[in-house]
Design a protein around this ligand. Structure first.
Ligand code: AMP
Length: 295
């Protein structure tokens, strides 16, 4: 694995590979890697000549300072894990490389309703931060394919907008490569009891960890039995069940159109529906979702 800290060096290196017609797969992460991240890297390896992974804990997407401070950063272990899957390139940028004009001058992207809806409503400014870091990373890496986890479904929708060529309102249109990257959404990797893998899971104590599996159990029930209920009644019951998990508090649980991510209020309103939820267990906020099975 080749390690880069300077964006200019990575840019030149990748430019040479691209001129040799090598395809580039890109897996952006914030580190504290687990099997979920590795699954994205494996898929990228299988589908591209070169796979670039970034580890960058993006300060702009943390609305909660404490969350940023305590975010795990086990970089040596991460490098070992990347070696086990034969990742080709690791980019470890410094903040001044990602935000040359400083964190005070973030760009505005038109993210539509995604910006203030669900995750966006709970974490003001979060998706603006995600959009900015992804815009910058895509400028540097210019991948053929971009690998993202369904685990952060709303984030996939936000990044699809960035990749779709929506420029910051203030910037000249030019980046022809944006349209070229294909977004590949990868399935959620789970523990054997169903809990979605997350870098934040290590902050659960053993009791909370055991109870947190109740989130995916509820989602799997919804995924498999939704058509036996009215949507509003199912939503209410699901929230009640989740809130009855010890130390758990539902932040949101919503049914959305998989395509537009608009909320739906009846099963007939969309062809494909996803149930997304955020639940705080103790101090740890956990995200999960399930696309409803077709009947
Ligand atoms: P993060 O390091 O949390 O920013 O995540 C980096 C990428 O890994 C994102 O595209 C996530 O959606 C994805 N990811 C995180 N957890 C999982 C998981 N359990 N299964 C699959 N992908 C995941």
């Amino acid at each position: 694995m080749v390690l880069f800290k300077r964006q200019a060096h990575l840019y030149d290196f990748l430019g040479k590979k691209r001129s040799l017609e090598k395809t580039i797969g890109f897996v952006p992460t914030m580190g504290a890697l687990h099997e979920g991240h590795l699954s994205l890297i494996r898929k990228s390896k299988a589908e591209n000549d070169l796979t670039v992974c970034t580890i960058y804990v993006n300060p702009a997407q943390f609305n909660d300072r404490k969350d940023l401070e305590i975010y795990p950063r086990p970089i040596e272990k991460d490098i070992e894990m990347l070696d086990t899957v034969d990742c080709d390139i690791l980019f470890l940028p410094l903040t001044e490389e990602i935000y040359p004009d400083g964190l005070g001058s973030l760009k505005d992207f038109n993210l539509g309703h995604l910006e203030d809806f669900l995750e966006g409503a709970s974490r003001p400014g979060h998706f603006k931060g995600v959009a900015n870091v992804m815009h910058r990373l895509l400028q540097i890496v210019q991948p053929d394919r971009l690998y993202l986890g369904q685990k952060d479904f709303q984030q996939v929708k936000v990044i699809e907008k960035i990749v779709g060529g929506r420029e910051p309102k203030s910037e000249v249109k030019n980046p022809h490569y944006f349209g070229k990257s294909e977004v590949v959404m990868c399935p959620i990797i789970r523990e054997t009891d169903g809990l979605a893998l997350s870098s934040r899971n290590v902050r659960l104590n053993p009791e909370q960890r055991k109870n947190a599996a109740g989130i995916s159990r509820e989602l799997f029930f919804i995924r498999d039995h939704w058509n036996e209920f009215e949507l509003a009644a199912l939503k209410q019951e699901a929230i009640r069940h989740l809130n009855s998990i010890p130390e758990a508090r539902v932040d949101y649980l919503e049914f959305c159109d998989v395509f537009s991510f608009a909320p739906v209020h009846s099963w007939k309103q969309a062809e494909n529906i996803i149930c997304v939820t955020a639940v705080k267990v103790g101090e740890v906020r956990l995200l999960d979702n399930a696309i409803l099975n077709k009947k």
